[in-house]
Design a protein around this ligand. Structure first.
Ligand code: BEZ
Length: 241
């Protein structure tokens, strides 16, 4: 006999890259939010964690709190979620601020909203409950949602693995760069590295590219063309200051 959760898992499709972010209203540590409408015009990182008062999650929240300003400077807001209640969230965030030290961080105040989701309604909508990992705790999901409310990237981590915040920030800046400059970004790209010029759409263009690659673009073959993109130009475009 299947459990209700197993049945629901089958009928609730997980949101995918390119989908509109499922909408919801939620109670958070910063008041009610209407998602994603309240965030129109901004990027949002919506992330889940397994539970309050757990060590890996604590280290992640302290790190997000430290980096909140850096994400804000890239026009990106942070919103957290776990299957805990509001008072648990408040007590946990207070304990973090008052007592916890991690990698030189202390007195860390989490100012971004943390959603209460005791019913798991939002977690299920976003495929954050992955029963093979846990039926009662959300996995560590990271949804990157663009200023039009479209899901642009999703990263999932298991319960035991703390996230890599350098990669989360790199992915955000890379997607913003791709949007602003109509390029793609190669493996391990960082601002200042060469970018990929999207593949030619026709045989004629491909041939032309290889034969006449000008100073701007370098083609090692018809499908592999790169160009320089100045770090300052990238950062001046995607960062507020
Ligand atoms: C943690 O955040 O420490 C944690 C949460 C759930 C399972 C394992 C670790």
């Amino acid at each position: 006999m299947e459990t209700l959760l197993e049945v629901q898992e089958k009928i609730t499709p997980m949101p995918r890259i390119g989908d509109s972010a499922p909408s919801f209203q939620a109670v958070t540590t910063q008041g009610m939010i209407n998602f994603p409408d309240d965030y129109k015009g901004q990027w949002v990182i919506l992330f889940s964690h397994p539970a309050d008062f757990t060590p890996v999650c604590t280290s992640e929240f302290m790190t997000f709190a430290k980096l909140e300003g850096k994400f804000a400077n890239a026009n990106c807001k942070l919103v957290g979620l776990s299957i805990d209640g509001l008072y648990s969230h408040i007590a946990w965030l207070r304990t973090i601020k008052d007592k916890i030290e991690f990698k030189g961080m202390k007195n860390m105040e989490v100012k971004f909203p943390l959603i209460e989701d005791i019913t798991m309604e939002i977690a299920k909508k976003y495929g954050m409950i992955q029963p093979g990992e846990s039926k009662t705790q959300a996995v560590r999901a990271v949804f990157f949602i663009d200023p039009h409310g479209i899901i642009r990237a999703v990263i999932y981590y298991p319960l035991s693995l703390g996230r890599n915040f350098d990669e989360i920030y790199r992915a955000l800046i890379a997607m913003q760069t791709a949007d602003e400059f109509s390029v793609a970004t190669p493996a391990d790209w960082q601002p200042g590295d060469d970018v990929i010029v999207p593949p030619a759409g026709s045989c004629g263009t491909a041939k032309e590219r290889v034969e006449s690659a000008n100073g701007e673009m370098e083609c090692t073959d018809w499908f592999f063309c790169t160009r320089k993109l100045d770090k300052k130009k990238v950062l001046d475009t995607v960062l507020k200051n």
